[in-house]
Design a protein around this ligand. Sequence first.
Ligand code: SF4
Length: 230
Amino acid sequence: MKKATRLEKILVRLEEFYGAQQPRGPTDVYEMLLYRNAGYPPSDERCAKGFEALMEKIGLRPKEILRAPDKQLAEVMKSGGMIPELRAKRMKEIADIVLREYDGDLHILLQQPVLEAQKALKKFPTISDACAERILLFTRTAAVVALPSNCIRVPLRLGYGTERQNWLANYREARAAVCAELQEDGNEYRRTYMLLKRHGDELCKAVRPRCLKCPIAAECTYYKKLQERS
Ligand code: SF4
């Protein structure tokens, strides 16, 4: 049997601590695009609130979104936080592309080769490479490694990549390092994403991480450095 990698052992510890994770938010491609744009700043909590308000008060179908008066849509988007007018505009943009280019069915987009699908996803507002990878992974379109873009500090602190000033360089380096220690398997990639995200949200915060409660502190490069300094 193949020996578990360091990352696999870390994931086991995180799973023992937090339990098995389920995706937060939708896993349908069109709904993921709406959800991503439903909150700002885009935390799960704000996106969920904006998305639920949209579903209840306007409806999610492209025609329903396009039919809604701009003012009403912006009012609904206030549930998801700041810049509601801009997010309302983005909702219409998404609905418009889906109707015009995909005849209302975005699943066609996912039937293309992976790189083409990723390129097509990036035509939608706010969808970066990292977001597109997450959509491909969680819609089960392709087994591509995706990391939680707002918790990239977690793998970096564990020693997967070196932290720099440039977010994209951090993401790419951490992604490559994580990828090297995982089996090529979509379920494993989803599990990794969700556990790293949960840890970043709960304990490994950007400011003042709660290292004394952390189940993987013994593996953490950042924590070791903190101890050496004190
Ligand atoms: S020890 Fe601290 S910095 Fe390291 S992973 Fe745990 S919470 Fe994050």
